[in-house]
Ligand binder design. Structure first.
Ligand code: DP6
Length: 337
């Protein structure tokens, strides 16, 4: 059975940064995100008895050993649940630059969780899919759902309560995230490594953890109230606090480049002119600007005018993970995206 799923990446408005259990990938705190329509992964999975090892193709090219091993570890979780040993062929395509801080692991593991579990004959409900996606990447647990989503850190040691839950649907608020892509190169430090080193060595880590619940409570309320100023100011504060903790690790974890800082100033400039636009930055150098749909064009033009900015991508709220195709045949036809 071949299953094809699509899933959109999400951007955290209140960040996940730090784990309470690295093996089960359990977060230290909750987080809140927005799923983004335009940043999409499509993944096809076929379990094939003729295969000796799992095969992974990313954006039309065979993946490297490390990525394939990560996928094999993830597929093992599904094989254990489905009581099978069959190896799988996985084809995955992104509509945006992979491993560049555009949170591609969130859509990747969310799409893989849905496609692979379905191909293995499992029919998992969204909370179970979220728990499964989390094992691949913490942020992927949120991409199972559309719109505004909260990841619960859970308290159980087996992680069954560390799942995402929807806060408000995709059509709750007509907002945009405008991404200023500052480089096409891959990032230097993965989020997994960056948060491990921050947790172990940053003196600011305890403060980060202690202040998360307050940020989550205020953000949840502000999102439900569609209060752009409260959402935006808190989102910016939370991102800067995460980066301050990472910068204070030993050695410091710095994700920004010069254009990142230029874009932050451009956002401050727009606010001075009265445009409610606010930035957030993940484990990479790109700047993601939250604004109302009516201001997105102006924001996009302003970001594009900053020297060195490679590309601007405007994203609307998106849907959760969905199955787009299921068929019995072997992979004669390649997936078309
Ligand atoms: C800065 O989900 O990529 O984007 O669980 O180790 O795979 P792993 O980490 P990942 O971390 C995302 C970090 C972030 C913030 C966020 O998305 O909440």
């Amino acid at each position: 059975m071949v299953s094809v799923a699509r899933s959109s990446a999400n951007i955290a408005l209140v960040k996940y940064w730090g784990k309470r259990d690295a093996k089960l990938n359990l977060p230290l705190t909750g987080s809140i995100s927005l799923t983004l329509k335009e940043l999409e992964t499509q993944t096809a999975v076929e379990f094939d008895p003729a295969l000796e090892d799992d095969e992974l193709e990313l954006n039309g090219k065979p993946a490297d050993k490390a990525a394939t091993e990560k996928v094999t570890k993830f597929l093992d979780l599904i094989r254990t649940r489905a009581l099978i040993q069959t190896r799988a062929r996985v084809l995955s395509t992104n509509t945006f630059p992979t491993a560049s801080g555009l949170a591609s692991s969130s859509s990747a593991f969310s799409a893989l969780a849905l496609a692979a579990s379905t191909a293995a004959g499992l029919l998992l409900p969204p909370p179970t899919l979220s728990e499964l996606a989390r094992r691949g990447s913490g942020s992927a647990a949120r991409s199972i759902f559309g719109g505004f989503v909260e990841m619960l850190p859970g308290v159980l040691s087996d992680g069954t309560d560390a799942v995402a839950v929807p806060i408000a649907p995709q059509d709750h608020w007509d907002v945009r995230i405008v991404v200023g892509v500052t480089t096409l190169a891959s990032k230097a430090t993965s989020s997994t490594d960056g948060m491990e080193s921050t947790t172990r060595t940053s003196p600011y880590m305890p403060v980060w953890v202690q202040t998360q619940d307050r940020d989550l409570n205020v953000m949840r309320r502000a999102l439900l109230d569609r209060d752009i100023q409260r959402v935006g100011e808190l989102m910016e504060h939370n991102a800067l606090k995460m980066h301050a903790a990472a910068l204070a690790a030993q050695p410091g974890v710095l994700y920004w480049n010069g254009r990142t800082v230029d874009l932050m100033h451009a956002v401050y400039g727009m606010r001075k002119e009265g445009v409610p636009a606010y930035f957030t930055i993940d484990a990479g150098p790109h700047v993601k600007v939250f604004c109302l749909a009516r201001d997105a064009e102006h924001v996009g033009r302003t970001l594009a005018s900053v020297p060195g900015v490679q590309r601007v991508i405007t994203c609307a709220p998106g849907a959760g993970a969905e199955l787009i195709e299921q068929r019995d045949s072997l992979f004669a036809a390649r997936m078309t995206v």
